[in-house]
Design a protein around this ligand. Structure first.
Ligand code: ZN
Ligand code: ZN
Length: 258
């Protein structure tokens, strides 16, 4: 007489499990064909192999990969020669392939936080021997304007910064740098206009926390570098010793508003 409730509960569990699989199917979210687990960030091995690290030659200041192969390993790109950034260096973990840009778009605008473990792997592999990163004392994300953060519910750069700081001794400095101007999209602006548009968009609210410190600034995408440059300028003016920038990808052409 007790079998009926037991069968019912098993059936309910099956239904619940099937419903969960519909919501969180263990299939690669890029190709939708191969299997991929939450630990893989729901990206199969094949898709993960298509993500290429940024290797030399790249600009030793902004980290943008050289378009010509076989050139010198140490060089400075035209943009950095014309107008040096306030940050000491920028580096991207991987190339901005359509796959990566698509994943970042989902991560940033569609709440696809399930790919966090995959991004963590990419960043850890790329910077585990980076001496500039190891020398940093404090870590902070590029902040979102409070209105934007309220709309989105999270700051994707802060999630990435948390992953980079995980297991390290960096001082967590999220909140020290505030975005005080909700800048409109920069997509249609020229390079020099992007820098003008971004200047004075950030403010350091607790300068004593960054005084005399080497800082690691994290963002998802480096485009013109204007956002990271404005953050670095604000931190340096408030007394930080140096700022380096690390991002998941950098794009050569002006495609997004970062
Ligand atoms: Zn796949
Ligand atoms: Zn450069």
């Amino acid at each position: 007489m007790y079998r009926y409730p037991l069968l019912m509960s098993r059936r309910l569990m099956q239904i619940a499990s099937q419903a969960l699989c519909l919501v969180y199917p263990e299939v690669c979210q890029a190709c939708c064909i191969s299997l991929a687990t939450p630990e893989d960030g729901f990206l199969c091995e094949g898709c993960q192999r298509g993500v290429q690290p940024v290797l030399p030659p790249f600009c030793s200041r902004c980290g943008r990969p050289s378009e010509s192969q076989g050139g010198p390993l140490e060089w400075i790109c035209m943009d950095c020669s014309r107008r040096p950034y306030a940050f000491q260096s920028a580096r991207a973990a991987v190339h901005a392939s359509p796959l990566m840009l698509g994943l970042i778009h989902q991560f940033k605008y569609q709440g696809a936080l399930w790919m966090t473990p995959f991004f963590k792997q990419l960043m850890e592999c790329r910077w585990e021997h980076d001496h500039e990163v190891m020398a940093c004392e404090g870590i902070l994300p590029v902040p979102l304007h409070p209105l934007r953060k309220r709309e989105r519910g999270y700051n994707q750069a802060a999630i990435l910064a948390r992953m980079v700081s995980d297991g390290h001794r960096y001082q967590w400095l999220d909140g020290v740098l505030k975005r005080i101007a909700p800048n409109p999209s920069q997509t249609m602006l020229s390079r020099s206009m992007r820098f003008k548009n971004m200047a004075r968009a950030f403010e350091v609210q607790q300068p004593e926390r960054i005084l005399g410190k080497k800082l690691l600034l994290i963002d998802d995408v480096l485009t013109s570098g204007a956002t990271a440059d404005a953050c670095a300028q604000a931190c340096l003016q408030a007394g930080a010793t140096s700022v380096i920038v690390r991002t998941l990808v950098c794009v050569a052409k002006q495609r997004s508003s970062s």
